[in-house]
Each structure stands twice: as structure tokens, then as C-alpha cells.
Design a protein around this ligand. Structure first.
Ligand code: SF4
Ligand code: SF4
Length: 456
């Protein structure tokens, strides 16, 4: 590679990393718009949970077809990064297959990458068919109309293209290395050198020794070594430019879950499922009612908030949940409210929370920290009808492959409706009144509460 190529590559890589870091920092800033809470308890339990659920993909395989195909794509993403590392070093230093010094182990690695690349292509192709031809119900919900549906297809098609470029690059390289060895490296010495390192000085590199998957593509390639060289370089550049472009696409996409799924599971709720949190503001109020000598809050303390109206009232973990959501719809397909035709979809709750965060973040960038857009998560994004449809059954949290907790957001938004807006449905208001007056949800005197036990 000429020095101009190296310079171009370095600029491209530096620019790509800079832009990604800039957008990732904005996402971190947006997550930190949430309430600060401390989640540092039980580190060993958290590491185990992350190993099992995020790294081990234990909840993905509950649906075996999607789960196994997802594991192909996931392993492809993780392991092929070794190959990307080689491409980066080659691009920066102008070498060709810098890891070839590992000899037959290198050949083994590349062969494994090729099988993984094939598995990724198959996995993505099946996912595309499931979404666009079979039209699986959970991918047809209206919250996926427009950008979310395109986003999923863009990701899958990009992964197929990237892996195809990798295989065609190897196919062309295999033929060139063979040719270069046969001609003693007269035309392309760096390819002959790599071939010697991988296959050994005395090996005759024939088609049978080419890389195990890409060798089947050699029939589609020309025999002219110069044309082959351009194809190999073209695929190399396409592959790495595609990876840098993809890196910069993911902060705008649901695909950001490939980074956040791990910390998100680590910081997941470890409390028993369905256990509600106490609101500190309410606890303080109750303490003051029961015990007049309880310490008063400082006079200059900001007024206590009850529940969550907008993203700043949710915790950073709830906001991280929203950025981690893969929009897979497993929560919604398990939600009894959704199944019975009600308006609620826990996936939409997560998508709305993320959209609102993005909107607030853009406002901050454009108008500074004091800008108020007079919009909020409740009302402008999520309606009261959706919130009251929830049965608090926790099926959504149970089904989520990365332990996202839509219910906690629903409950906090409802608390706002009840305690700040007094906007609960009439039946609930009657129940609240009964609890307040009678100590039970029923309209009986507290003294009559156990009458049922003596009835015949
Ligand atoms: S907790 Fe609510 S949102 Fe979640 S599955 Fe149950 S009804 Fe649906
Ligand atoms: S919350 Fe979980 S289950 Fe629901 S769509 Fe997002 S990732 Fe899938």
C-alpha cells in the first residue's frame, strides 16, 4: 500500500472514531439527565448475571430459532473483531496480513472467521425473511412503522454486505497468493510473503488450500492478477469503510444495544420481581404525619416530586434501559394487556422514552440547558390510557433478553398521574378513598373487615 493510502486510512479511522466518541458522549449525557441512584450492591451476583444473560445469551434461546441465529450474529461480531484488528494494523502500517506470522494457527483463525461470516450471512438473511416475508406478528406492530423498521433492515443488509466483502476479499487474496507464489512474487511480493508465512515456504498453494468458505467464490472472480488485485483492495476498503460507517450508525440506531446490553444487565434490578420501590418523598411525608417530631426537610429544599412526568424524573438506569432496547418485541408479545387488544405495548414505552431523551438532548445542543419545550413524556409521548392498561404482571421484564424493566417506568409515570395530577380512573379513586378512610379497598368500616370469616 502506498503511503497516500495509509494517510487516507489514518484520517478516515481517526475521523470515524472521533465522530463515534462524540455521539456516544451525547448518549451518556442524555442518560445522565435521569435521577442519580446508586446501584453498586452485590457485585458478584451482578457479574454472574451479566455472564449468564448478556454474554451467555441465556434468555435469547427461550425462542430457539431466533436465539441460535442471534448467537451466530453475536459471535460473528465479537470474534471477527480480531480480523478487524489486523485490518486496522495493515491499514495504518501498510502491511499485508500482519498476523500471518502465526502460520498455520493464522490459517485456522481465518478459516473460523470465514465459517462465522457465513453463519452471520445466513442468520441475517433468515432475520430479513422473518421480518419482511413471513411478517412475524411482533415485527408488524405499528410502533415499528417508519424508521424503526428501516433501521432493522439497514442493520441486517449492512451485516450481509460487510461479511460478503470479507469473503470476496479472502477469495481474491487466496488466488493472488497462489499466483504470487507460483511466479516467485514477481508481481506482488507482499502477497507472496503472506502466502509463505501462512502456508509455509515450500507449500504449493492450490485452490484446495484456499480459505474454506471463500474458496467457493473463486469461480466468480477473473483470472487476471491485476483485476484480482483491484477486487481484493476494493473489498478491503469496502469492508473497513463499512465498519467505520457502521460504527457511526449505531448511536442513531437500536443497534446501540450491542454496547449497552452488557452494563444494562449488570445494573439490572436484583430485587424480587414485582417489588415496588418506596418513594422517598412519600415516606418523608408519612413520617411527618405519624411523628410531628420527625426532622423537617431543609427550608430551601426543592419541592418534592411524586412520580415521573418526564425523563429527568426517571432514574439513569431507566434511561439506560431505553437506549439498550433492541425493539425485539418479546415484551409486547408476552404482555397480556397488548394481547387483549389494549393500547399498551411495553416496547413502545421504551421506544418513547428513548425518543423523548433524544429530543431533550437535541434541545440541549441547539438551545442550551435552560431551554424548556413545554413537552413531557406523559401526555406528548405516552398516554394515560396506555399506562392504566398495565396489569403490573411483570411478563415484559421476564421476557426481555437483556432484563429491561418497562414496568418500573410505567409505575413511575402512573404515580405522577395519581399523586401530582389526581388523574386516576374513577374506580381507583374510589379505592384510594376507601383505603384512606377504612384501611382497606372496600367500603366497609375497619371493624367489619373480618366479617367474611364468620359468614356461613
Ligand atoms: S407488566 Fe404491564 S406492560 Fe409489562 S407485560 Fe404486564 S401488563 Fe404488559
Ligand atoms: S424491552 Fe426488551 S423485550 Fe422489549 S423490545 Fe426492548 S429489548 Fe425487546
Amino acid at each position: 500500500m502506498e503511503w497516500i493510502d495509509n494517510l487516507l486510512f489514518t484520517l478516515l479511522l481517526g475521523g470515524g472514531i472521533f465522530w463515534f466518541a462524540r455521539n456516544a458522549a451525547k448518549i451518556k449525557r442524555n442518560i445522565n439527565l435521569g435521577r442519580q441512584i446508586d446501584i453498586n450492591d452485590n457485585p458478584s451476583q451482578r457479574w454472574k448475571l451479566m455472564a449468564k444473560v448478556a454474554i451467555g445469551q441465556s434468555k435469547m434461546v427461550v425462542r430457539p430459532v431466533a436465539g441460535i441465529l442471534h448467537i451466530f450474529v453475536y459471535l460473528g461480531f465479537v470474534i471477527i473483531n480480531i480480523e478487524v484488528l489486523e485490518i486496522l494494523i495493515d491499514g495504518l502500517l501498510g502491511t499485508h496480513r500482519v498476523f500471518a506470522f502465526m502460520g498455520s494457527f493464522y490459517y485456522f483463525l481465518i478459516a473460523s472467521f470465514e465459517f462465522l461470516a457465513l453463519a452471520v450471512i445466513i442468520g441475517c438473511a433468515v432475520f430479513l425473511v422473518r421480518r419482511n416475508v413471513l411478517k412475524l406478528k411482533r415485527f408488524m406492530n405499528k410502533e415499528l412503522d417508519g424508521w424503526p423498521r428501516s433501521d432493522a433492515n439497514i442493520i441486517l443488509i449492512t451485516e450481509i454486505l460487510l461479511m460478503s466483502a470479507f469473503l470476496f476479499m479472502n477469495a481474491a487474496d487466496g488466488v493472488i497468493m497462489s499466483f504470487s507464489k507460483l511466479t516467485g512474487g514477481m508481481l506482488m511480493p507482499e502477497f507472496a510473503e503472506a502466502a509463505n508465512k501462512i502456508f509455509g515456504e515450500n507449500a504449493v498453494v492450490g485452490s484446495g488450500l484456499y480459505f474454506p468458505v471463500s474458496t467457493y467464490l473463486t469461480g466468480f472472480l477473473p483470472s487476471n492478477p491485476i483485476a484480482l488485485h483491484y477486487i481484493e483492495r476494493g473489498c478491503w476498503w469496502f469492508h473497513i469503510i463499512g465498519i467505520i460507517a457502521f460504527l457511526n450508525y449505531i448511536p442513531y440506531s437500536k443497534h446501540f444495544h450491542i454496547l449497552l446490553a452488557f452494563p444494562n444487565v449488570f445494573y439490572a434490578n436484583l430485587k424480587p420481581k414485582g417489588q415496588f420501590t418506596n418513594l422517598e418523598s412519600v415516606t418523608n411525608e408519612v413520617k411527618l404525619m405519624l411523628d410531628p417530631s420527625a426532622p423537617l426537610p431543609p427550608a430551601d429544599a426543592p419541592p418534592a416530586k411524586f412520580g415521573a412526568k418526564d425523563i429527568a424524573d426517571l432514574s439513569w438506569k431507566q434511561l439506560m434501559d431505553a437506549y439498550s432496547c433492541t425493539e425485539c418485541g418479546r415484551c409486547t408479545s408476552n404482555c397480556p394487556a397488548n394481547q387483549t387488544g389494549k393500547l399498551l405495548s411495553p416496547r413502545k414505552i421504551m421506544m418513547d422514552t428513548r425518543d423523548r431523551m433524544e429530543e431533550v438532548g437535541k434541545n440541549l445542543d441547539a438551545h442550551g440547558p435552560d431551554f424548556v419545550d413545554n413537552k413531557s413524556l406523559v401526555g406528548d409521548y405516552i398516554t394515560a390510557e396506555e399506562l392504566w392498561a398495565c396489569t403490573t404482571c411483570n411478563a415484559c421484564t421476564e421476557a426481555c433478553p437483556i432484563n429491561i424493566d418497562p414496568l418500573s417506568i410505567i409505575v413511575d409515570l402512573r404515580r405522577y398521574l395519581v399523586m401530582e395530577q389526581s388523574a386516576a380512573p374513577a374506580a381507583l379513586n374510589a379505592m384510594f378513598t376507601n383505603i384512606e378512610n377504612n384501611g382497606a379497598p372496600w367500603q366497609f368500616s375497619p371493624a367489619d373487615r373480618l366479617n367474611w370469616a364468620t359468614e356461613n
